[in-house]
Design a protein around this ligand. Sequence first.
Ligand SMILES: [Zn+2]
Ligand SMILES: [Zn+2]
Length: 133
Amino acid sequence: MSYARFSDADVYVYESVYGFFMCQVCLLTPQDEGGWHGDTTTNTRMEMVTHLRAHREAGHDTGAAIDRLEAEIAQGEPEPREPCRACYEHDRPVELRRFNGAVFCRSCFDKAVAMTPQRGPQAPGWADGEVLP
Ligand SMILES: [Zn+2]
Ligand SMILES: [Zn+2]
């Protein structure tokens, strides 16, 4: 779902399935050699609202994005989750855990362990992962 699109605003803002908010082809970023702007990402709705206020100060039309984000904040909508590295699952109530920087769901973790024949006695088990909110 997008909060604003270029068809009705100067920004294209949406929640990425990879666990963050995206301001794609952001006019506040420098242009590359081909004249294209880069992207701005934030981990939380509030950070994206702050970013969009900077767009407004620069004279950009942010459409309904700020209102939509603030309504979700008021409703207590949870922040996006980094997905499982293997299957990209990120919806609750699936449990996600982090192992040395890599996020896995339970079934993908078990498959990854099963495919690692030389794992030694020190290899992490599911219980060793950092439980993600
Ligand atoms: Zn932006
Ligand atoms: Zn998975």
